[in-house]
Design a protein around this ligand. Structure first.
Ligand code: ATP
Ligand code: MG
Length: 278
């Protein structure tokens, strides 16, 4: 998409309305083919990286199981490090390709009526042991009951899992994470609040940008690629919603998500489908 400034520049170079429209058409079509070439290039690169990486992981797994023969203790540790890093690299490639397909519009979303409470409950259950290890309690508060939104359930689960795993990752031991479900006008909302360190002021304007992490030493400790929030934003925007946060250093962080409420008719239809065994 051309920015308003670029359009003004094109207009300034055009003799009249007709030449402006012609020039605009040529540039827009060039831009579209560049975007297509970029997305094709990235998916080829992704594929070319994934294939040898799968072979590397296969060989490392055989070494770790000592199939070729027993390994000295030192070599076993080195193989473990190589395996951990190959997993990080694989996740990074997958996240990056996922983000690329969301941004280019290639990723197809399956929209349907989704109830927020069961999805948030499921995400909480998935993280229970990770949170439990540090005595972190996760509570769900329903300010509004039966909040249904229009979303792709798998993609929405991806957003919730990243926000919740961030909250757990950055929470101190023996603290509490609160998930709140609410509705406001035509939007269904949920928020995830933690009692962690907060997001540093210098990072706040860039937190949804790619590969952004607070402190290198700390982020390495907690792992991750710094792509999670970029993916969340891309998904929520594709779903016609909004994602934002409020944070206070030393007190905690709350991520807020809102999505269009699903029409009661759709909910009624889904309930009827279930009763009919659909
Ligand atoms: N709840 C939070 N409290 C404090 N800082 C946060 C919180 N959520 C995100 N951040 C900051 O924003 C950064 C980016 O988060 P994001 O989810 O994009 O990446 P990540 O969690 O580091 O890695 P990934 O999600 O790709 O595994 C984090 O590394 C952290 O510095
Ligand atoms: Mg994350």
């Amino acid at each position: 998409m051309l920015t308003e400034k670029q359009r003004r520049q094109i207009r300034a170079c055009s003799k009249d309305e007709k030449s402006y429209q012609t020039l605009l058409g040529i540039i827009t079509s060039h831009q579209k083919s560049l975007e297509n070439a970029k997305s094709e290039f990235l998916s080829v690169i992704g594929h070319e990286l994934r294939t040898p990486l799968t072979a590397i992981q296969g060989s490392l797994a055989l070494l770790a199981r000592e199939v070729p023969g027993p390994l000295p203790e030192k070599a076993k540790q080195m193989v473990e490090i190589a395996i951990d890093n190959s997993i990080r690299l694989r996740d990074l490639i997958n996240y990056f390709l996922d983000l690329q397909s969301l941004e280019s519009g290639d990723a197809k979303l399956q929209l349907q009526a989704v109830e927020l409470q069961p999805l948030l409950h499921q995400a909480t259950a998935n993280l229970k042991s990770f949170a439990g290890k540090r005595q972190i309690e996760i509570r769900i508060e329903e300010k509004s009951k039966n909040v249904w939104v229009t979303a792709d359930p798998g993609r929405l689960m991806q957003v919730i899992s990243n926000l919740l795993s961030n909250a757990v990752k950055f929470s101190p031991s023996s603290s509490c994470i609160t998930i709140t479900i609410d509705s406001r006008g035509s939007m269904g909302c949920f928020s995830i609040s933690d009692q962690g360190p907060g997001i540093p002021e210098s990072l706040q304007p860039f937190v949804f940008d790619k590969f952004v992490q607070a402190d290198v030493a700390d982020s390495r400790k907690s792992g991750g690629s710094g792509l999670g929030l970029s993916i969340c934003k891309a998904i929520i925007e594709r779903l016609g919603g909004k994602i934002d946060f409020t944070t206070t250093e030393g007190i905690g962080t709350t991520f807020h998500v809102e999505l269009p409420i699903s029409a009661p008719q759709t909910v009624f239809d889904l309930a009827r489908e279930k009763n009919l065994g659909g």
